[in-house]
Design a protein around this ligand. Structure first.
Ligand SMILES: [Zn+2]
Length: 820
């Protein structure tokens, strides 16, 4: 066991106890029924309103911290805002379409706040309003830093991933970047042989500079090159305001979409659907555009939202390409999948843009004296929140507004909670790590919302936007899964989009193994092509201007028209029937056609599966001729099959032992020659032998620590190239220390390098061989196509096979009658 590992464990426990402590007590500032005699359809969140349609209350902040207003009314559209009476600043807002509002933001001690409840539409003249304050300890400022960790190969990247640190999606040949929350995180790297360099020593200082730049950009530019012209990052209520306005002003193109599940903090999750004739139940193919699974990735929701503007305003302008796409497809935009986490992150970041210039020592007396800056710095870890706002306990012991929320803190990573391959090595089972996958597949409202949306529609293409690293990712998320059955068209589209934004088009696993991600599920369950975009290179939410450049392709590396042009490619793919399937034919006008499929899906955990039920409908138009753009009837996982038939038996195990003594290695990545031994292993081959997997393992007493690397051997029997797999975590299993790593379909000879990290006594080594595993032949699946009356009576059901790129004609007139 490594010296220092025990200390590291103790530090982790202390952190866990700290974050598990109950939040500082919340103070109820107001609970009452408010009334507005008339409805006035005017924004509530742009400033103080006067006159009709609004009820205003005053509260004073008892301490610096979070203030949350909740409003409910029985019907109509009510919104709510909290305003600073002195500065006129919008402290918090909530502008959902209905009358269930949650507005949460930050204010300093003594702030005189106006809480205004606005009745926009509807006949209900009263609403219940409550306001709560949650203090933040501004003397507790934890410094966070961004570091670049050296990772020689994919195996080392995956080892780093397993340490539970806050890895960014920013990695490349030889490195991954990580956010460190104090000395315990740094010690984890050192204890596990990782060297790193510090990129940003204090992220709070960087954040203050970025938000200053944002203020300057907004002041200097009346509009940006975004289609909406926006000059600053939206806050959560801005998304609601924008979607509501687009639906109101363009009812012939925009339909509001409400997702099924409210979040932990009681927020609705909203989207819009864009198409000519948006309310028809026709069979056009669906493009789904999403942002902010991860709270801090603000540009991801900006680009998703701007795509809606691009289509709607382009259509209005008469742009021929937009008109063609908007008439051939349906586009659903869900800009903020994780609104609780986003609000916590965005409002903490917003605080850096306020105060008296947010310098740390304005009057030069040697003390930090700007209360706004102090509050911003204290809540800065919130700004770096990644996960959702799931807290333990019933009722929950806290919420995302707690000061402990910044380091990994509470919450589930919604992009590790999707069901397919859930629970493997590319996620964590530890509540306090950044990639915590949740207690079970689809345990979270955020992932359930997208699952239920995708299961009820024929989404043939989707993009889930993230930041950052300049990547267009496609499945598989785990290297061992091999390429997908749709690799040629998948790669072609990924490459073509990357040719616009200048990102790298690659497999998900090339960053590091991930599982339970959006397209792990959506692609494997539906066959719709899904991509993860990692927008930009400058951080999770760089200065706003950089996010505009990613949009219009004016970055140094964009090789075409940026994400705007890349999204056109995705939308074009959605419209292209050769990339999905089409069911067409005749059926009684007005009949409801329903496609269903029920199947079990695998997780990464043995014996654990879950059941998916896809269920989508269209209504046959008055012509009696339907055309339904759908996904192929056979799921990609089944179409591909798995494993391969065995051609023989696996070989007997081989053993290898130390030849002498070594000295501890001073450097893990480039060890001096006297600190390791190389052992040559040749994989048996020939008639009757089939070694589908080789597992290399060394064992030693828990007092010792050795590391293991496996290389291909050259013809002279020497290690060549980068290690094909490594194991350097010093794991123990009861009375035994060990390192273990496997290779699928091993061939030829390998060099096993045993490195002395802290070897006090000898080790033993074995290589064991296994067959290729269970072979499953490729299968074909069908959709169940039923014809129903508008009242829901099923008249017929038949099994329909349709391949990708195929157009299948079906006559349903004989077996489907609708009373007219
Ligand atoms: Zn992300």
């Amino acid at each position: 066991m490594r010296l220092g590992r025990g200390i590291g464990l103790a530090a982790v426990l202390v952190v866990a106890l700290f974050v598990a402590a109950p939040s500082a007590s919340a103070a109820g500032l107001l609970t009452q029924t408010v009334s507005a005699a008339s409805a006035v359809n005017k924004s509530c969140t742009t400033g103080a309103r006067d006159g009709a349609g609004v009820a205003q209350k005053r509260v004073t902040m008892p301490a610096a911290g979070w203030v949350t207003a909740r409003l409910t009314a029985t019907s109509g559209d009510w919104d709510v805002a909290i305003l600073d009476a002195a500065t006129k600043r919008v402290v918090a807002g909530s502008a959902y379409r209905g009358s269930n509002e949650v507005a949460s933001g930050l204010a300093i001690q003594g702030s005189d706040l106006i809480v205004q409840a606005c009745r926009l539409t509807g006949s209900t003249s009263t609403a219940s309003l409550s306001v709560q304050a949650l203090p933040v300890d501004t003397s507790h400022v934890q410094k966070t830093s961004l570091v670049r960790v050296a990772t020689a190969n994919l195996a080392r990247k995956n080892e780093l991933n397993r340490l539970g640190l806050d890895l960014t999606e920013h990695g490349g040949p030889g490195f991954v970047e990580a956010v460190l929350y104090g000395p315990a995180d740094a010690a984890k790297l050192v204890d596990n042989n990782f060297s790193y360099t510090t990129e940003v020593p204090d992220l709070a200082v960087q954040a203050a500079g970025d938000r200053r730049a944002d203020k300057q950009f907004a002041a200097a530019n009346a509009s940006s090159e975004f289609p909406s012209g926006r000059t600053s990052y939206r806050r959560l209520f801005d998304y609601s305001e924008d979607m509501k306005r687009l639906a109101r002003e363009h009812p012939d193109l925009v339909r509001p979409v409400a997702l099924n599940n409210e979040t932990y903090e009681g927020r609705p999750v909203e989207g819009i659907e864009i198409a000519t004739n948006p309310n028809a139940r026709d069979g056009r193919p669906v493009f789904l555009q999403m942002g902010v699974h991860h709270a801090r990735e603000w540009p991801s929701s900006e680009h998703a939202m701007e795509w809606a503007y691009e289509l709607i305003l382009g259509y209005r302008r008469g742009d021929a390409r937009v008109r063609d796409l908007v008439s051939k497809t349906r586009t659903i935009v869900v800009p903020v999948v994780n609104p609780d986490g986003f609000n916590a992150s965005r409002e903490a970041g917003e605080m850096f843009g306020n105060g008296s210039g947010h310098e740390t020592d304005v009057d030069g007396n040697g003390e930090v004296d700007d209360p706004e800056f102090l509050l911003a710095a204290a809540t800065h870890p919130n700004e770096y929140r990644r996960k959702n706002c799931r807290f333990p306990g019933d009722p929950p012991m806290g919420n995302c507004a707690g000061v402990d929320a910044g380091a990994a803190g509470h919450g589930v990573d919604p992009n590790r909670n999707y069901g397919a391959f859930w629970g493997g090595g590319g996620s964590s089972g530890d509540f306090y790590t950044q990639t915590y996958r949740g207690p079970e597949p689809f345990s979270e409202p955020e992932s359930r919302n997208i699952r239920e949306l995708v299961s009820a529609r024929q989404v043939t293409t989707l993009i889930t936007n993230h930041t950052f690293s300049g990547l267009v990712l496609r499945p598989p998320g785990i290297a061992a899964q091999g390429t997908t059955v749709d690799e040629p068209i998948y790669k072609a589209l990924g490459d073509s989009m990357a040719a616009e934004n200048g990102y790298s088009s690659q497999y998900g696993y090339q960053l590091y193994d991930t599982d339970g991600t959006t397209e792990d599920w959506s692609y494997n369950a539906t066959g719709g092509l899904g991509f993860t975009y990692e927008i930009g290179h400058l951080g999770f939410h760089p200065p706003f201007e950089a996010t505009v450049k990613e949009w219009n392709g004016t970055t140094d590396y964009a090789t075409g028209g940026g994400n705007r042009a890349a999204y056109y490619k995705a939308q074009g793919n959605t419209a292209d029937a050769s990339k999905h399937s089409v069911l067409t034919g005749r059926a009684p006008a007005g009949a409801i056609l329903r496609l269903t499929k029920t199947f079990d899906m695998p997780t990464s955990q043995e014996g654990l599966t879950f059941t998916d039920h896809l269920n989508s409908t269209i209504q046959v138009p008055s012509s009696g001729i339907f055309e339904w753009h759908v996904n192929p009837s056979t799921r990609p996982l089944v179409a591909k099959g798995s494993g391969r038939p065995a051609t023989g038996e696996p070989s007997e195990p081989q053993e290898f032992e130390p030849r002498g003594e070594t000295t501890p290695c001073a450097n893990y990545d480039t060890p001096p020659p006297d600190c390791y031994e190389d052992h040559l292993i040749t994989v048996p081959s020939g008639a009757g032998i089939d070694n589908g997997k080789a597992t290399f393992r060394i064992e030693f007493s828990p007092l010792s620590d050795y590391d293991m690397k496996v290389f291909k051997a050259d013809s002279a029997g020497n290690a060549t190239g980068d290690a094909v797999t490594t194991s350097g975590h010093g794991a123990t299993d009861g009375e035994l220390g060990y390192e273990e790593a496997s290779i699928v379909d091993p061939a030829g000879s390998y060099v096993v390098r045993v490195q002395n990290y802290a070897g006090l006594d000898p080790w033993t080594g074995t290589v064991t061989f296994e067959g290729p595993g269970t072979y499953t032949a490729p299968l074909e699946e069908t959709w169940t196509l039923s014809c129903e009356t508008p009242e829901g009576v099923t008249r017929s059901a038949r099994q329909v096979f349709v391949a990708r790129g195929e157009r299948r004609s079906i006559d349903l007139r004989g077996d489907c009658r609708v009373r007219r």
